[in-house]
Design a protein around this ligand. Structure first.
Ligand code: DX5
Ligand code: ZN
Length: 226
């Protein structure tokens, strides 16, 4: 997807119609940058999604690069596995990792971009030191586990702190992703705070016209970040 601005849209297929997943992906792909694949293990979060085999087939069939979001208790093992499967980006939770630096290195060595995610209760200060080593910070704007929850505006101070720090970087700047409750009514607030990479699940897949929603989200975010 060619974009005029430096923002990225990542539809989450968590709440898409799983009985016709490939058609669901096809209807959003032309207007999206990355496909957001939520992996949950019923341990780190109280919900379970795509198995490794299901993930393998989604990753190989997706017409756009896959952005995996691992909400699992063992990301130090699964992170490199998902990178090996061919994800363009693999994001794992700081809270679940015994050795974030090592997992960052292993995911990168397997050829994927690396994202580090924080839950609403985790402060920005916990992960600030990792910013130079990652390609993306994911600030969760809901408690991870389910789609369709309300956006938490109080998370925007973390996004703003990360944006201030990243803007001082002279080399490659990590992306700042927000995930949870992103919609036409919340995306401007997130973009204004400094996010440039947006996950949207229900806002896209529960809409009858996903194309219109995605074009609208891109316009709102691009105008805000311009
Ligand atoms: C929640 C997931 C999200 C979810 C977002 O834990 O990480 O990616 O699909 O769904 P919405 O956009 O409906 O909040
Ligand atoms: Zn997610």
């Amino acid at each position: 997807m060619t974009t005029k601005s430096n923002i990225r849209l990542c539809p989450s297929i968590l709440n898409a119609d799983h009985s016709r997943l490939m058609q669901e992906i096809a209807r959003v792909a032309p207007y999206s940058d990355l496909l957001h694949l939520d992996i949950m293990d019923d341990i780190f979060v109280p919900n379970k999604t795509f198995s490794l085999e299901e993930s393998r087939s989604i990753i190989s069939d997706s017409p756009i690069p896959v952005d995996a979001h691992l909400m699992v208790a063992d990301p130090d093992i699964q992170g490199p596995t998902y990178a090996d499967l061919g994800c363009a980006s693999v994001t794992f939770h700081y809270e679940a990792s015994a050795n974030p630096s090592q997992t960052i290195s292993l995911i990168r060595a397997a050829g994927a971009r690396v994202g580090l995610a924080i839950k609403p209760g985790t402060p920005y200060s916990a992960i600030e030191k990792f910013l130079p080593d990652i390609n993306m910070l994911l600030v969760m704007t809901v408690e991870p586990g389910f789609g369709g929850q309300a956006f938490m505006p109080e998370m925007m101070s973390k996004v703003a702190s990360a944006r201030s720090a990243i803007d001082l970087f002279t080399g490659e700047k990590p992306w700042i992703q927000v995930d949870g409750g992103i919609s036409p009514t919340t995306i401007e607030q997130a973009a204004l705070s400094g996010a440039d990479t947006f996950v949207a699940g229900s806002a896209v897949f529960k809409a009858s016209d996903a194309k219109a929603v995605l074009l609208g989200l891109r316009e709102l975010a691009s105008n805000t970040r311009a």
